[in-house]
Design a binder for this molecule. Structure first.
Ligand code: ADP
Length: 246
């Protein structure tokens, strides 16, 4: 396919402004056997995150006497995208995304609280439309929060990118394929600590500053949606039982 013009009259092909996020919806507790879980729709992405643990690290020799180990599996269902997936099982890309996601959560979970344990994070992409690693991290953060596993913060992730001279937020698949830069970032909002930063393409120093500013602004919206999703089951109970629910 020839490179499409991604911005026409200041708007993107899906009608968004450069700094506009796709709609995000999150629901919690959708996998009954999991310690915590979340279902997320982010634009046309559909993602399930489920967390198990902390539990005894197995095989035992993998356990760390000082802290919990985090295992993460990111995977795309074979029907998640129009493109050919090749053979099933993890490919190089899925292994990379699993690794960087694991590193995000190793740095935010209070792993020292759970020696010799493991915490398993599963991210399943049901439908993919660009930005699935960001969606996976954002959904997994909610799944972890609902599981009660203690974290220093509830991280979010989103990517920023560039089309020509215009910096844009939250690239969809078409933009991901044809933009001049794509930079997924995960952040702990409390102190804006950067937990993940990857980059495809290039940004000038000014564009980078602008991208980071857009990411932090988007983060305020994403964080609010995450927190509302985490609170919702409790609010539903309060609404149902009123003062009887303490
Ligand atoms: P991200 O989803 O985090 O943006 P990539 O930049 O690697 O990750 O991929 C961009 C998009 O390309 C994905 O969201 C997905 O829509 C599509 N994609 C990537 N890999 C595959 C694949 N193996 N099969 C089908 N679609 C894919």
């Amino acid at each position: 396919m020839e490179k499409p013009q991604l911005i026409v009259n200041g708007l993107r092909l899906d009608g968004r402004k450069p700094d506009e996020l796709r709609p995000i919806k999150i629901e919690t507790d959708i996998i009954k056997n999991a310690s915590g879980s979340a279902y997320m729709e982010w634009g046309n992405n559909k993602v399930i995150a489920a967390v198990y643990g902390p539990k005894e690290a197995l095989p035992k020799h993998t356990g760390d006497p000082e802290k919990a180990i985090i295992k993460c599996v990111y995977s795309m269902t074979p029907f998640s995208s129009l493109e050919e997936h090749g053979r099933s099982g993890p490919n190089r890309r899925a292994i990379e995304i699993s690794k960087v996601t694991k590193e995000v959560f190793e740095n935010i979970i209070l792993v020292e609280n759970f020696p010799r344990s493991e915490i398993d994070i599963f991210i399943e992409i049901l439908q993919a439309d660009g930005g699935t690693r960001a969606a996976g991290i954002t959904a997994a953060a909610v799944a972890l929060a609902t599981s009660g596993i203690p974290m220093r913060d509830i991280p979010y992730a989103v990517s920023a990118g560039r089309v020509g001279d215009t910096v844009i937020i939250d690239l969809n698949k078409l933009e991901d394929n044809y933009s001049d830069a794509d930079m997924p970032v995960a952040i702990a909002p409390r102190n804006n600590e950067i937990l993940l930063m990857q980059m495809d393409g290039g940004l000038t120093r000014e564009q980078f500053k602008k991208a980071l500013e857009m990411i932090k602004n988007a983060g305020k919206v994403i964080t609010k949606i995450q927190r509302e999703a985490i609170k919702k089951p409790y609010e539903d109970l309060i609404n149902k039982y009123g003062a009887k629910y303490e």
